[in-house]
Design a protein around this ligand. Structure first.
Ligand SMILES: Nc1nc(O)c(N)c(N[C@@H]2O[C@H](COP(=O)(O)O)[C@@H](O)[C@H]2O)n1
Length: 156
């Protein structure tokens, strides 16, 4: 079985990085995982001190994503190497912080999770479902990680 998620206001919308679940990372409370993820693209760059506070403060994850995807700005040179660990850390923090959605994630058992983005073939599956689905893979790995902690705590 597979669970497809994408829009925040549809079933399993809490799995989207655009869902309104804040995360505390790097001494700051970020409104959404998307705000944090987009801001990390510019850490250490010449524009960091101007663009990161703007991304941090915008009201919606859509605005944060638009700023982070603006190709007139250069992202950090190691972005391709670090973007998966950056995303994983933020998504893990989200599901450790918000127990209600942690329960939803655990309730999916071993079901395959897929970000059903029609345009994103990296984080999602893309319109023809052939994408790499890295967000779904991260969610499944975090689900396993949280489950292992509970199993260890209840053991013996
Ligand atoms: N809701 C939503 N709208 C989109 O347009 C999307 N591409 C996604 N997917 C998320 O977008 C983020 C990736 O952004 P970059 O392309 O790396 O800038 C990531 O959070 C995907 O899960 N979601």
């Amino acid at each position: 079985m597979t669970i497809y998620f994408y829009k925040v206001n549809e079933p399993y919308g809490c799995f989207s990085n655009f869902s309104p679940h804040g995360v505390f990372l790097q001494d700051k409370h970020w409104q959404t995982v998307e705000h944090y993820y987009q801001a990390q693209k510019f850490v250490g760059t010449a524009e960091a001190t101007t663009i990161i506070p703007v991304i941090y403060a915008v009201k919606t994850p859509e605005e944060a994503a638009a700023l982070g995807r603006d190709c007139t700005r250069q992202v950090r040179p190691d972005w391709e190497q670090v973007k998966i660990p950056v995303m994983r850390e933020a998504v893990l923090q989200k599901f450790l912080t918000h127990k209600d959605i942690q329960a939803i994630l655990l309730s999916t058992g071993d079901t395959i999770l897929v970000e059903n983005s029609p345009t994103d073939y990296y984080w999602g599956c893309g319109v023809n479902k052939t994408g790499q689905n890295h967000l779904g893979k991260i969610l499944m790995s975090i689900r396993q990680q949280i489950r292992s902690v509970y199993t260890a705590e209840n053991c013996c």
